[in-house]
Write a protein that binds this ligand. Sequence first.
Ligand code: FRU
Length: 498
Amino acid sequence: MTSELLQKARDFEAQYGPHIPNSERPAFHATPTIGWMNDPNGFSVYKGEYHLFYQYHPYSVEWGPMHWGHLKSKDLIRWERLPAALAPDEEYDASGCFSGGAVELEDGRQLLLYTGVQRNHSPEGYLQDIQTQCVAIGDGVNYEKWPANPVLEGKDLPEGGSIVDFRDPKVWKDLDGNYCAVIGNRTEDGSGAVLLYQLTEGLKGKFVRILDRSYNQYGKMWECPDFFHLDGRQVLLTSPQDMTPVGLEFHAGNGTVCLIGDYDPQGTGFTRQSAQAIDYGLDFYAPQTLETPDGRRVMIGWMQNWDTVNAKPYHCRWFGQTTLPRELSVRNGRLFQNPVRELEAYRGQRVVHQNIPVCGEINLPGVQGRMLDMTVKVRPTGPNLYRWFRIRVAKDGEHETIIRYRPDQGTLKLDRIRSGLPHDIVHTRSFLVRPRDGEIELRVILDRFSVEVFVNDGEQAASAVIYTPQEAAAITFEAGGSALMDVEKYDLIFNEEM
Ligand code: FRU
């Protein structure tokens, strides 16, 4: 049965969503039907299609009582809108249906596991959350909340675990057919942990173990965990709040961490061997992954940062978008990510320029646009070794977004100071990169309101949203000193009738 609250959200989005023209949205990054989006939720395969839910407040472009919005896709690039899936319409989730995951059940139904939030007055009189894990089951469009909700609550926490910060279950089916979930939690030292649970018969949750903890090293509360085997290693992703910066690897505030290690499910559990940022740009948080039917591990993130959500274009009718889904791999102990190969089916005309000397600022015939896939390779030439190299995209007389490489420092900088946002927020971020044989490769994906850069075949990725007017479409290249470059550029072509 559709509750009154869910029906209200569905009616609202059906009435106002179509008022937003396609040209005011990205062409191949997911956006909310109307209003606000944060984390991707329930990113999974169901009946042969990709489903993507999201944290959703349809009634304004601000965060509010959380619903789940819903999209599906055949190829991870074009998303079809479905009616909102969940509304905060039960006592145990009255303050919000927070993030969670989805999985296809043996009997063909789809299970959503999400965090139900109840906000109560504590004995001291201040408001505090009670967070529990809840189930809804459905057919890919309509979902019934499970009568025995919540399936995981305070008594299911390990000693010292906080019921106020117990959220974001990511669920999957393991090789033995068990439904497993990782959930973020805050422990007695005030910092984060990832807990592993199993769903037993009758959909009751059972605590299995603590997989890893922050010990105040990587931020406080660990939000939105994910856990999977990849290329012979075990990967734990999490999005910590309140990070302290570490060199150019981790920035302050809400960040993302990829922990790579080994996993011994019967014995020692997860042993972490390395930690790195997931995305080095300005806007990236709360990623989730799925396994495609052909065995690829694909990740999608919220292309936004909590610290910058108050800076939005005036009069916008949607706010928040996802990143491009990215294929993951682990190589030499590091996480690599590249745009899903499905994007290549949307490539239009190919423009190639090879061995172009760059010294001063140049543009190239056929190289401009705001929806494109461009790879630039830069190498030194001659005695006047270049000290910096800049690509400017989304450019006109007033605007530009700059990708700057400094071989002397080994840094790449993403700069969206002049990208259409009249707000004094963090607009630049630099990170360390490793050139290969003296050459750096930068793959740049533009989709109207974003820039994503993939460095050296995906060894690093950096994302940023931009609000530059669409007419600002020039691209230039500039070097301080002399460099040689190759450019391969495709327009991305979409039929936007739908
Ligand atoms: C992460 C997060 C989650 C929570 C959701 C609420 O961005 O804070 O921990 O479930 O957003 O919308």
